[in-house]
Design a protein around this ligand. Structure first.
Ligand SMILES: [Zn+2]
Length: 298
């Protein structure tokens, strides 16, 4: 069983993994913390960008010789394949890691992943530690893998004028851009959510010709490396994605500051599209921001 110190370190690794959101795609956002035998953190890291060191390698580099005999606490199963960087399971073995505590098994490993190789090398491995919590960060990437399309978020402003695209200069829009890979505009143009954030040539962003079915556009963006997509548009622009049940998350921003008012009578819906439920609500400078998610099926 994972110790209290390992569980606590996993929560830190989950936080580290989130630092890779918006830059790691098409790779997963992963975090890693190394604990010495006295359960002190001797190194930590996260994967920032495809082609750069993975979380485990970043943590090992930080720990240096202190990695010998340490426990690696990592949010996703260490990789077992030679990619642009050497496989992490080998780096962990070479560094003298004694134990590995893992949250989520990489579904692409099919039993041939880092866990098998680490165990073969005599490393004590425990899996499934805080996997639900790790999925709060990894979930979008895992779902994308399954659905072969990006996680799609549609932020909008709901005012007396109706449902509009959220203005790009709001704090809400900027936060969403930081956590996304690409933005699909109503006219079909596609741009990187934060220009230059993925490094050159990692994402292949092709504009979607007018009339491209939503599912086709989503699949094409996935093939281009996009894992987190923002829809930038009003209700008309989002409608095909909503109709095809391709919207995973809506962010409804509703202005506040008028405690008594009579809203427009012709809104498409009072707050959220049909089938969406409130997952959270906060007050910001000018809006109430509501996170909406599809109602769980079954
Ligand atoms: Zn790796």
């Amino acid at each position: 069983m994972a110790s209290a110190a390992e569980v606590a370190a996993m929560r830190r690794a989950i936080a580290l993994s989130a630092a890779g959101l918006g830059t790691t795609s098409p790779n997963p956002p992963v975090g890693c913390v190394l604990l010495d035998p006295q359960a002190r953190i001797v190194g930590e890291g996260y994967h920032e960008r495809k082609g750069e060191a993975h979380a485990e390698a970043q943590a090992l580099a930080a720990a240096g010789p202190l990695a010998a005999g340490a426990t690696a606490v990592v949010t996703l199963e260490p990789c077992n394949h030679q990619g642009r960087t050497p496989p992490c399971r080998q780096a962990l073995i070479d560094a003298g890691i004694k134990r590995a505590v893992i949250a989520v098994i990489d579904p692409t490993s099919r039993g041939e992943g880092g866990v098998t190789a680490l165990r073969r090398a005599g490393v004590d491995v425990e899996t499934g530690v805080l996997s639900a919590e790790a999925r709060t960060v990894l979930g979008g990437w895992l779902e994308g893998l399954q659905n072969r399309r990006p996680l799609i978020t549609w932020p909008y402003l709901i005012t007396a004028r109706g449902v509009e695209a959220i203005p790009g200069d709001t704090a809400e829009a900027q936060l969403l851009h930081l956590n996304a890979d690409a933005v699909l505009a109503a006219d079909g143009t596609v741009r990187e959510a934060v220009p230059g954030s993925h490094g050159k040539g990692i994402l292949t962003l092709e504009d979607q010709p007018p009339g491209t079915p939503a599912a086709e556009a989503a699949a094409s963006l996935y093939d281009g490396g996009v894992r987190y997509l923002l829809l930038d548009g009003d209700h008309d622009a989002a409608r095909p994605f909503l109709a095809a049940a391709l919207v995973d998350r809506v962010i409804a921003c509703m202005p506040h500051g008028e405690p008594s008012r009579r809203p427009a009578a012709d809104l498409p819906w009072p707050l959220l599209p049909p089938g969406f439920v409130v997952a959270g609500a906060v007050r910001t400078d000018s809006f109430v921001r509501v996170d909406g998610r599809p109602e769980a099926l079954g």
